[in-house]
Design a protein around this ligand. Sequence first.
Ligand code: PMP
Ligand code: GLN
Length: 385
Amino acid sequence: MKSANSVFSSLGTTIFETMSRLAQAHNAVNLGQGFPEGLEPAEVVAKAAQALTQGSNQYPSMLGTPELRQAIARHEQRFYGIHADPQTQVLVTSGATEALAACLFGLIEPGDEVIVFEPLYDSYLPIIRRAGGIPKPVRLYPPSWEIPRDELVKAFGPKTKLVLMNNPTNPSGKVWTRAELDFLAAQMRMHDALAVCDEVYEHLVYDGQSHIPLMTLPGMADRCLKVGSAGKIFSLTGWKVGWVVGNHTLLTPVIKAHQFLTFTTAPNLQAAVAFGLDQGDAYYRGLVSTLAARRDRLAAGLAKVGFDVFAAPGSYFINAGFLRLPGKPTDAEFCLDLTEKCGVAAIPVSAFYDDGQDQKVVRFCFAKTEAVIDEAITRLQRYFG
Ligand code: PMP
Ligand code: GLN
């Protein structure tokens, strides 16, 4: 038999699916895969239900419904002062995962170099490689996860086509500083590079900090595509409604890729997301304060158990080192044991590196109910004595 595509056939199953299946099999508290619990806004869900029974159930425009594209444009203007024409500069996708794939398939030519930052979200490398791109990883180190300026300068070269960046960052929880963004923007201008900005956690920034889209920096509007996800904004990750906003020339090949990936996205969910994006400031502020409190609750519990807990200024995730706990497992072994024997699932941070090398760090999702967080801490305390 002839061989299948080498990029995909060499891959294992994504760590999120693997750990969630394991958590289910062992009845573990699942702090692994990043999905929230107890935060779904009832009025947004009700809007989807209403649209399902009373609205259209046929193909909407491949660009997204006009209502949702207009709502996304309003959202970008309201929070960042970004002007996006809903007719030509907004594309609705089936989640950010599809948005990222469409961006990479639409922009990369075989042989193009793509700068990425490790640890990175696990869909990036396979899609870059399947598009014929060559990943140029820049490594970040805990606990600060600061951008290493020298390494970033070295990563750029004549073949650099684009930078795939994620802010706030999964898994590290990093929020890029203005100085880091300025530095990246200067390199992009110098090397005539583009950026795909995965900003799915844009509203999940804590401690009074605010999110700065790379696109808003001088000269960046024509170089950046900004990716968003309703899954994260409304704690409805199963909905898979995402989008891409940006310059029409850059967006055009992305739309062409999207038309043959998924073509379009459930119209009822689009209607509900369009409604949701116009929620008042209280909704967005409430999400931040609720999640920050849950983060603090989990961080305090993990510290008491003996983990070295890193700062988590953004996203759903807390990272923690376990070197002070007994045994000398790899992070993958640690997470396996934790799920099977202690009944708490987490994600080994090695899964976010191309070489899968042990980092001795694990990622916990804190977007859970207080009861779930407390149960996880009780189990950890019992297990580690
Ligand atoms: N990018 C990052 C960094 C993520 O953590 C996620 C989470 N699933 C996605 C993209 C994909 O988002 P979606 O569920 O909208 O496809
Ligand atoms: N983004 C989520 C996480 O990092 C998972 C998404 C998925 O399972 N594909 O946990």
